[in-house]
Ligand binder design. Sequence first.
Ligand code: SF4
Ligand code: SF4
Length: 375
Amino acid sequence: MTAVNAVKLSSYDEKLVYEAVCRHFEAMEVAKDLTPDTRIALKPNLLYGKKPEACVTTNPAILKAVIRWLTERGFKSIVVAESSGGLFTAEYMRSVYSASGLRVPGIEEYLNRDFTFAPKTSPEGFEHRSFNIITPLLEADYIISLPKLKTHAMTTVSIGVKNIFGSIPGLQKPDMHRRCPKTEDFVKMLCELCETVKPALTLLDAVDSMEGNGPGGGTVRHTGLTLCSKNVYALDTAAVRFMGLDIESIPHLRAASSMGLVPGDIELTGDSFEPCSPPFKLPDAVKSTGFEDSVPKLLRRPAAFVMDKLLRSYPVVDRSKCVGCGKCAESCPQKIIKIENKKAGMDRRGCISCFCCQEMCPVHAISAKRILKTL
Ligand code: SF4
Ligand code: SF4
């Protein structure tokens, strides 16, 4: 059986979070995996620097509790490592750490200060023969991934598998989007990356989550749960069920399933939980147009198929909100965004609908619109 352990958690109160981490790590027998020499890397989701209440990033209380659990048991070789969207440099990451509330005692002393990377060969038979991985994750013996539960404009959800994308250094991430422009190819690449990086344990922060236009511009939803597993695909499956979404509608779980990575024997342990009701709101970029619902039931599936063929989601800039910061242009893999007169504009003809621009816009000036594909 592949266990996914659930612990309900009402808030980020440090004492409660620590108790939840203790329950998870006991259930997963984490101490048995470690020796005093094990080099442990903690991989939070730090999409960009944002205060914890915004739910864009893994809450610092989770990181602090995990570090406390490890240090109290004598495991001292710990580094908190992440490559956010944007640059992978000391200066940029320092600003991300500060804005995300990580420069506090109990975390600050463990923040990564090595901004190099190196290639790691992937398992035999993978399409991507190797990946450039940030050094602290590359050198770790034991990676504990700490994702945040969010929706995602391209991949529908951002959970454990998507969190591992932050092991690719800085602006090489848009390059991966350029190499895998279709969602099916991108999520397959994510599964290959995950199998290459191999997180040993995943602990999901779903105390407060993000729904709607995630992963950066959605709305906060209190969901009061944490999940933990040694199998990231099992964890993502349990989390998607918790979100009230259909597993089949999640691209990376379809890819993982076709690669034989999703275990068939997932066992839920710990606290019992029900799927969220109503289900998580989806990002505008992936939700249905509603046209399918207006036709007789029998025709809904073909109608959805036709709409999918005809329409595609593209980013649209609200010029009244745009502050001309250029973050969207910097993260666009197709280099089709230009900043003119302090406003962003794009030529949609080269757009691959990856929504990196929307993801990185600090003022949520970019939305998604479904438009005829002929553009
Ligand atoms: S414009 Fe936005 S969605 Fe289109 S390719 Fe560039 S980053 Fe991706
Ligand atoms: S990231 Fe947002 S605010 Fe900055 S230039 Fe692009 S659209 Fe404008």
